[in-house]
Design a protein around this ligand. Sequence first.
Ligand code: 4AD
Length: 455
Amino acid sequence: MHYCRINDIHAGRPLNQKIEIRGWVKTRRDSKDFSFLEINDGSCLANLQVIASSDLKDYADIVLKLHTGCSLLIQGILKESPAKGQEIELHVEQLEVYGWADPARYPLQKKRHSFEFLRSIAHLRPRTNSLGAIARIRSSLSFGVHKFFQEQGFIHVHTPIITTSDCEGAGEMFKVVAPPHTNKEEQNDFFGKPASLTVSGQLQAEVYALSLGKVYTFGPTFRAENSNTSRHLAEFWMVEPEIAFCDLAENMNLAESFLKYLIQYVLDHNEQDMELFANFIDKELHKKLETVLRSSFSHITYTEAISILEKTNKAFEFPVRWGIDLQAEHERYLCENIFANPVFVTDYPKEIKPFYMRLNDDDKTVAAMDLLLPGIGEIIGGSQREERYDFLVSRMKETNLNLDDYDWYLDLRRFGTVPHSGFGLGFERFLQFVTSMNNIRDVIPFPRTPGSALY
Ligand code: 4AD
């Protein structure tokens, strides 16, 4: 006999065999001669029904005192269930309690709890159906990300978390300082120059793309932006491929096939968990995902987008004119009301984009692309990179970057430069899209937002 995970039991159904499970009580219901326990061990959404007979030696002392949250080891025989609602059930022969959970104090009772409440107990919320399902989907999609790129010959690069280069130039970097030493200067001088938490692994990914050809990085990124919205975190995970010998059009093709691959991946590998979101969060979830899978993403330039937005009657909170950064309300209006489809917006004014994007021939716009999704807005930001030394230097001067700090980056253009492109997918925003979860704080285990960093 060996210890089995409940997902394997449901898949393999080892009937009439003696098995052992370990997990937590979801519910207990008593009838005349038995107690029914629903046990979950986190391996899947489905519980295992366990039948504990009143003949058991510790029935009154143990079984009748079990409540939601108690942790157990159970040995018994798996049988076909005569009752409706489940196909199999485990008949207890032996049961041991690892830990009790006082029902007067345990915050997770059988009723449905609000996501706001669950956020306040983020150390217990993965025991709920929905947060458990998100954790499994998140894990599965992380694997899917690696599978997609590895299958296509991309090389995974671990880019640094502590960095001395500002990628996005938006002034949103958290400073990294050493613990207080004898004097204050030393504290800020641990690395010999000011250091921060990375906002993107792109610049370092470019280094490797210009040696290895096709690379990707997938890690935590940090932004000190004071945005308390349902789409922003101070710490989030980004997937960033970087490809040499690749222009903007190929970059967008890659982004589209990547997104579709991940959607198909989660539908194929997380069917049961996805069903929970389709049943309780968004009845249209499958339709939404199928539509994206079947569609060809739309493409418009920023200039066309502005002109479409200017012609609508909708009163936006942020007025529209050429040169503004598109706000979430504009992005969502475009992909939800105008296109009803994922949309790539390209060629933004250079003034609102970072220094590394390739200048277009009009001298006004850069080879940028943002992918907008219905219900989410921007999910991917990317560009073709400026590979021409002189153009890059002049953009860096215009944006007041210290050229000495980026001399290594300029070396990539001095020696064997090539056209190259890449993008960043916000992993949590993608998880929001595939689950239809409204708040980004519920798709990351331990959310960090302005004013809140628990654990
Ligand atoms: O558009 P962004 O800022 O692009 C970059 O950082 C590039 N260096 C990526 C690259 O080309 N390699 O961010 C990329 C994506 C956004 O589209 C969004 O999905 C997500 O990262 N993102 C956030 N997600 C959660 N919270 C935040 N504060 C986010 N900021 C960006």
